[in-house]
Design a protein around this ligand. Structure first.
Ligand code: ZN
Length: 292
C-alpha cells in the first residue's frame, strides 16, 4: 500500500503539473463521478490545488468541487504530457483530468468521490485525519495526546491509525519503532515520554526525507523505493522491514517478524535493540529468536 510520503509526492507532482490550470478534458470510468460531471461539468474549472491528507489525495477544483481518491492496494496516478502514450492499458483508466499541457490519469483507483467543502467536512467515509506528519503545522503536543489516548493499544498498530497521525504505512511503522528502540508490540501506556517524542520526531523525519527527492513533473507512480537509511544501494535502504532472519544492522541479532493487528500486517523488529517490556502480550514462537 502506498505510504503517506508517496501520496504526498504524487500530490505535489500533480499540483505542479495541473495546479492552477484550466481543465480541458475530463473522462471517467466510474459511474458515480460521471453523474456528478453530467450535472456540474468538470471541464472549464480550474485545478486550484492538489493535496494529500495521509493516504488520501484531494484535487480541489474551482466552484467548490473536490475530487477525493484513495489508492488502496493497486491504484496510482500518472502524469503524462499531452499526447504522450500511457504506460498502462486504457481499460485500467478510472479518471482523466486533462489540461492544455498535461494529462493526469488515475489507474485502478478503487475509491473516488466528488465532494463539496461542506459534504467533505460532514462525510464520515473520508475519515477525519489526525495531524498530517508532513503538514507544516504539525503539532507534537497534539500528536502525543492522540497517542496517549490509546493506552491499551500496541504502538505499531497505533502508528498505522490515520486518525491518530496521518502518513505512516506498514514499512515505516517497523522502521520507526526500530529507530527508537521500541518493541512494536508494546502498549502505548508503557512508553516513556522520551520514547514517544522519539517516535514522533522520527516519523516526521523519515517521511520528510522521502519527499525531498524532488520528483519533477513526468511519470509518477507509487513504486518509488523508500528508505530510512542513507545508503546508496537499494537493498540497504531499510533497517528491519522485510529483513526477517537477517542480522540487525546495528547489533547483529536476527530480525524477527510477526503478524500484528486486525489486518495481520507484517511487523519486523530486532529482539536486542528493541527489548520487550511490561505490558507486552505473550509472544508465540519466541524460541525462533535468531543469533548471528
Ligand atoms: Zn539490533
Amino acid at each position: 500500500m502506498p505510504e503517506g510520503d508517496t501520496i504526498f509526492r504524487s500530490a505535489r507532482a500533480l499540483d505542479r503539473a495541473i495546479g492552477g490550470k484550466v481543465v480541458t478534458q475530463f473522462d471517467t470510468a466510474l459511474a458515480s463521478l460521471a453523474s456528478v460531471d453530467d450535472n456540474a461539468p468538470v471541464i472549464g474549472r480550474t485545478v486550484e490545488r492538489v493535496e494529500s491528507r495521509g493516504k488520501w489525495l484531494l484535487v480541489h477544483l474551482s466552484g467548490d468541487l473536490i475530487l477525493v481518491t484513495h489508492m488502496l492496494m493497486n491504484g496510482s496516478w500518472h502524469i503524462y504530457r499531452a499526447g504522450e502514450r500511457w504506460h498502462r492499458p486504457r481499460r485500467d483508466m478510472r479518471i482523466v483530468i486533462g489540461t492544455p499541457d498535461f494529462e493526469a490519469v488515475a489507474f485502478n483507483v478503487p475509491v473516488a468521490r466528488f465532494y463539496t467543502a461542506r459534504t467533505l467536512e460532514r462525510n464520515t467515509s473520508v475519515p477525519k485525519l489526525g495531524p498530517d506528519l508532513l503538514g507544516e503545522d504539525f503539532a507534537v503536543d497534539e500528536a502525543e495526546a492522540r497517542l496517549r489516548a490509546r493506552p491499551d493499544e500496541q504502538i505499531a498498530e497505533v502508528l498505522l491509525n490515520q486518525r491518530v497521525m496521518a502518513g505512516i504505512g506498514n514499512v515505516f511503522k517497523s522502521e520507526i519503532c526500530f529507530a527508537c528502540g521500541v518493541h512494536p508490540f508494546r502498549l502505548v501506556s508503557t512508553l516513556t515520554r522520551a520514547e514517544i517524542e522519539c517516535i514522533l520526531h522520527t516519523s516526521r523525519r523519515f517521511l520528510q526525507a522521502n519527499v525531498e527527492d524532488g520528483a519533477e513533473a513526468g511519470i509518477v507512480t507509487y513504486t518509488g523505493a523508500r528508505r530510512t537509511r542513507r545508503a546508496a544501494y537499494p537493498g540497504a535502504r531499510l533497517w528491519v522491514y522485510r529483513r526477517r532472519g537477517k542480522p540487525c544492522r546495528r547489533c547483529g541479532a536476527g530480525i524477527l517478524m510477526r503478524r500484528q493487528g486486525v489486518g495481520a500486517r507484517s511487523t519486523y523488529w530486532c529482539p536486542e535493540c528493541q527489548p520487550e517490556s511490561v505490558g507486552m502480550p505473550p509472544v508465540e514462537g519466541w524460541s525462533t529468536r535468531l543469533r548471528k
